[in-house]
Design a binder for this molecule. Structure first.
Ligand code: FAD
Ligand code: NAD
Length: 479
């Protein structure tokens, strides 16, 4: 069967599904192809990609459940609330998470119908190019479908990076998918990689009672964060009970006869260690999904690390072929993939779609949360940019005191000459919500003084953003 579709999106993850919806809104005729291995309860490939099925959404659901549990266990007493004998029903927590994912996947299918997106379930392989467009085969059980597309948008995302000698079975040795689907709390969990997944999923299972050990190759935590933030987070997470082993070279995994695991590593001094655990989570980064796609049939260039090579507008080396999201350079973030999807479709429609890569916020949903946007202090130093720093701690914020959590601070970096906001770094509960103000400031080229002069509701946590901005100029009012 052959269908004529002017535009084709390969992958219905954050990038692909949003690109398809935007295409529909722009009046473009679009087909979105998904081979998602994470099937819905009826066994059908489900849209939403990594983010919805085994990433952002399920991890935030579990982070929320586990935080409620920890609050009841440890924090509500300070409010005068006495709760005895609270227990965690892990299967109920997992069922809640699954229901959220299912509901959102149905929402995407509804949006596809609403925006006249043709949703095709199957594995897409690029066959080549003919006079009338790009040829794509879509394989599933049954006859192979063939599409002809005037433009192709590759949005095939990423997969967990594997470590040689450590086979993931998602029973005892898990990647993100397995670690989001455990049916009971392991007594001891080891995690390889102190990156975003390691810290978020480690927090979930630690809050529920697991003894969590994180084995990290680098000598420090969160090298991509501002140094002050990384240092403070190490203190806070260690105080919560996470055990970090830095500068570790993993050398193997052994299984004992009682089913327990022994993760072997060598430290920076060359001394061998073993971490005994009941579950191991491998979270050492992700690799782009570019193999078996047929990119070579069109001559689409890839980088030495396997990413599709694109310019700032997500154009590949082949006219009419675009690539977005985790499969291209830049941070592996859902909103970055979405923004690129919107940009590409607007450009295809003749508009001026644009992504400001300097204003993409990042968040780590630990407790407290970490959020940042723009440059770190180290980056400004390295670039030789003169800057001023304003900092405000949540110990001096009335709302934080009322909430019972005063950990963390806001740090704002502004250009020394122009006062333009260059970066903002937050550690706090709800940092994920507060970073929006700083992102908008950078996008609109606001100065620190602008933030300081904007009325901020009282008492709120985000007053700390204003105070840190004021600290750059006339001085914080409450410190
Ligand atoms: P994906 O979401 O991976 O989607 C690609 C889709 O393409 C997949 O569904 C795949 O099945 C499909 N596909 C691949 N090959 C083919 C083919 N040949 N034919 C048809 N379909 C194909 N980001 C955030 O911003 N915030 C978060 O809180 C966050 N939390 C995360 C938590 C975890 C545990 C993980 C693993 C990731 C998290 N991320 C988060 C990252 C986020 O999930 C990704 O950046 C985002 O999903 C990338 O979107 P994408 O569309 O590029 O790729
Ligand atoms: P990551 O890049 O954040 O962290 C991987 C960590 O593993 C790094 O610290 C790295 O030094 C370490 N590592 C690599 N090889 C190792 C080895 N052999 N031994 C020990 N340590 C090793 O990757 P991740 O945590 O797997 O997450 C993947 C992607 O998903 C990230 O790019 C992230 O942006 C995205 N993600 C985002 C969120 C969020 O936005 N909140 C949440 C989860 C994941």
């Amino acid at each position: 069967m052959t269908q004529q579709q002017p535009f084709d999106v390969l992958g219905a993850g954050s990038g692909g599904y949003i690109a398809s919806i935007r295409a529909g809104q722009l009046g473009l005729k679009v087909a979105c192809v998904e081979a998602n291995p994470y099937a819905d309860p009826k066994g059908e490939p489900r849209p939403g990609g990594t983010c919805l099925n085994v990433g952002c959404i399920p991890s935030k659901a579990l982070l929320s459940s586990s935080e409620e549990f920890e609050n009841i266990q440890k924090h509500v007493l300070a409010h005068g609330i006495r709760v005895a004998g609270a227990t965690m029903d892990v299967p109920a927590m997992i069922a809640r998470k699954d229901a959220i994912v299912t509901k959102m996947a149905q929402g995407i299918e509804f949006l596809f119908r609403k925006n006249k997106v043709t949703y095709l379930k199957g594995r897409a392989t690029i066959l080549g190019r003919a006079d009338d467009g790009f040829k794509v085969a879509i394989t599933r059980s049954g006859p192979t479908q063939e599409l002809t597309a005037r433009n192709l948008v590759i949005a095939t995302g990423s997969l967990p990076r594997e470590l040689p000698g450590i086979e993931v079975d998602n029973v005892d040795v898990c990647d993100n998918a397995g670690a989001l689907d455990l049916r009971s709390v392991p007594r001891r969990m080891a995690i390889i990689g102190a990156g975003v997944i390691g810290l978020e999923l480690g927090s979930v299972w630690r809050r529920l009672g697991a003894q969590v050990t994180v084995v990290e190759a680098l000598p420090q935590l969160l090298p991509m964060c501002d140094t002050d933030v990384a240092r403070e987070m190490l203190k806070l997470l260690t105080a919560q009970g996470m055990d970090f082993r830095f500068g570790a070279r993993v050398t193997g995994l052994e299984r004992a006869s009682d089913g327990s695991l022994g993760l072997a590593y060598v430290d920076a001094q060359g001394i061998a260690h073993a971490v005994a655990c009941d579950k191991l989570v491998v979270a050492v980064g992700r690799v782009p999904t570019t193999s078996d796609l047929g990119l070579e049939t069109l001559g689409v260039k890839t980088t030495s690390r396997g990413f599709v090579d694109v310019d700032a507008q997500c154009r590949t080396s082949v006219d009419g072929v675009y690539a977005i999201g985790d499969v291209v350079r830049g941070p592996m973030l859902a909103h970055k993939a979405e923004d690129e999807g919107v940009m590409v479709m607007e450009r295809i429609a003749g508009q001026a779609g644009h992504v400001n890569y300097d204003a993409i916020p990042s968040i780590i949903y630990t407790s407290p949360e970490v959020a940042w946007v723009g440059r770190t202090e180290q980056e400004l130093k390295d670039a030789g940019i003169a800057y001023r720093t304003g900092r405000f701690p949540f110990t001096a914020n009335g709302r934080a005191l009322g909430n019972g959590d005063t950990s963390g601070f806001v740090k704002v970096l502004a250009d020394e000459k122009t006062d333009a906001v260059l970066g903002a770094h937050i550690i706090s509960t709800y940092a994920s919500e507060m970073i929006g103000e700083a992102t908008m400031a950078i996008e609109f080229k606001a100065s620190a003084e602008d933030i300081g002069r904007i009325s901020h509701a009282h008492p709120t946590l985000y007053e700390a953003m204003r105070e840190a901005s004021l600290a750059i100029g006339t001085g914080a009012l409450n410190l």
